[in-house]
Every structure is written in C-alpha cells, then in structure tokens.
Design a protein around this ligand. Sequence first.
Ligand code: PBG
Length: 331
Amino acid sequence: MTNPYPINQRRYRSNVHMRELAATVLLNHKQFIQPLFIDESISTDQPIATLEGISSHSSTTVLTQIAADVHAGCNKFLLFPVPKNKAETAFQYDFIIDVIKAIRQQFGNSIWIAADLCLCAYTTHGHCGILHSNHTRVLNDATVQELSRYALLLAEAGADCIAPSDMMDGRIAAIRQCLNNNGFDAVSIMSYSAKFSSHFYGPFRDACRSTPQPQLALQGRSSYQLSCRHPQDALQTAWRDAAEGADMVMVKPALAYLDIIALLKQELQTPLAAYHVSGEYQSLQLLAAQSGTAASLLHIEAWTAIARAGAGIIISYAARHAKKWIDAITY
Ligand code: PBG
C-alpha cells in the first residue's frame, strides 16, 4: 500500500547527522548559572545530604570551587550566604560582603556574580522578611527598605547583579532607585518574579537552615510566594517587575512550571531565567542512582525542556558540568 502522507517524519530521525541538522533547541554552557552556598559556620567543604554532589563552602573554599568551575567552563554564579547568627530585625551582612570582595579580588571581571537578596537565611523564624511583632504577617514596606539597604551593600562589594527572591511588593523599584542614587546604575536586577510557593525547595532550605519555623502563627511562605493555582499572578508580577526596572525575570521552579516559562516568553521582552530548583535537581540525582541512568542524560533532557519552553538562562546545581555534558552527548 502506498503511504498516504506526503511527509516521512522518520527521515529527520534516521541518523545522527540528520538529527543534528534538524535540531532547533540548542543548549550552550554560556547560558548557565551555578548556585553556590557559602556557610559562615564551616571551615571546610560540607556535603549537603539532601543535595547529592553539592557542598556548602567556607569563605575560603568557595574560591577554590570557583576556580575549578571556571576551568570547567562555568563563569556565572548565584551566591547564597548562610550566616552563623540569625536575628529578627538587626541583620549583619558583613560575611557575604567580605566573600564577594574576596571573589572579585581574585577573579576580577572574568566571572559574573549575582547575589541572592532575601532575609530568609538571616531571620530566626526563617521567613523572607521582617515579621509583625505578633508573628502573623510579613511587613512589606519595612522588608523592602531593609532589602534596599542590603542590595546597596552587595553592589558596593562588587556584585554584578542583585537577585531579589523575597517576593515583597515594590522591591524592584525601590532597589533600582537605591542602586541608581548611589552610582550603581550598571548593576543589574534579576527578579524572582514568578517564584511559586513550592514543595521542591526542601534541600535548599536544609543547606540554608531557612525552613520557616512550624510553630509560628504564619505558616509556610504562601502569603508571599505565588500559588500554583494562579498562573495569571505570574504574568502580572513579571510585567510589574519589568516595568519597575527588572533586567531579567525568573520562573521558579522550572520543570513543574514550563507553561509559565512559555507564557512569560511570549508576553515579555526581558531575558527570561528558569531555576531548576533543589528538589527538582535531587529527584533526578535519586533516579540516576536508583536506575543506573547517567545523571547527565537526565539533566540535559530537563534543561532542554526548560530551553524549549523559552528560558534563555538556566540556573542549575549541575551548571558546572554543562560544558562537558553538552559537548559529550550524542542524540
Ligand atoms: C528564598 C529562596 C528559595 C530558594 C532560593 N531562594 C526558596 C524558599 O526557601 O522559599 C529555592 C532554591 C532551590 O530550592 O534550589 N529566598
């Protein structure tokens, strides 16, 4: 019987060369950002039990890690400080400021440094902002004011980019204004605009010791992070953040929110980042260990999905392997 269809799809798949020529979603290691945890309480690298293959670093071992990452082809980083002392209002940022200065001094402009901007690792209760004295809610404007002060210190220390992950209203405008007023108009802002209240953040909170205290009146982070049932909120928040001066907007988690990535890609002109978060990373690591499938293949397939949905920037705990893995894979 003759084929009734005019196109034979299998010709596209028939050999490796044809598959290479037909591919339109192409990963490049230059689009990856590597998160780094820097813990004030440790003096040697400390493996994170729930984040397979990832360690927290001390203020000195982080320099060794960055040197190794640069050697492997990864030169963009997102820094997460884990301070020793926690507080309710009077926060001390000296630790991360000194770390950024040391990194900048050693690596100059050969690397790009984004600093996460949030209070969750600093607060005694683990919430992302300053709480009302009765612990029932986060005080938006007091938190924004504190974050602006912190952002300026990070910029002065040498950060290329400030990445606010607190989810308060009005923070992008306030931070942009504060940076510009102090001569840091060249420092960019990557806003965690579409950051959903998610159960995929567990390993990250272990690393940062930032799980919100369960006995508080304010339960979890759903009064400031987005609801997975309200996708329109992501669009409105991203539009607002872009209008307030965000240079890049982010969707997070990534794999569970591919529709949101595709939506923002279509609706916004700003570069779009996606954060393949700790729980998403760890689920692939566990599958790799259990099934014997190479972790590289799982991560590359997930990254390809994220890129296909429309993210040009990918934040991944495996970013440091991207060059080697992408170079080596055959499809
Ligand atoms: C909060 C913050 C979170 C992550 C980065 N910054 C989430 C949270 O604790 O609510 C999660 C990143 C990850 O899971 O990899 N400031």
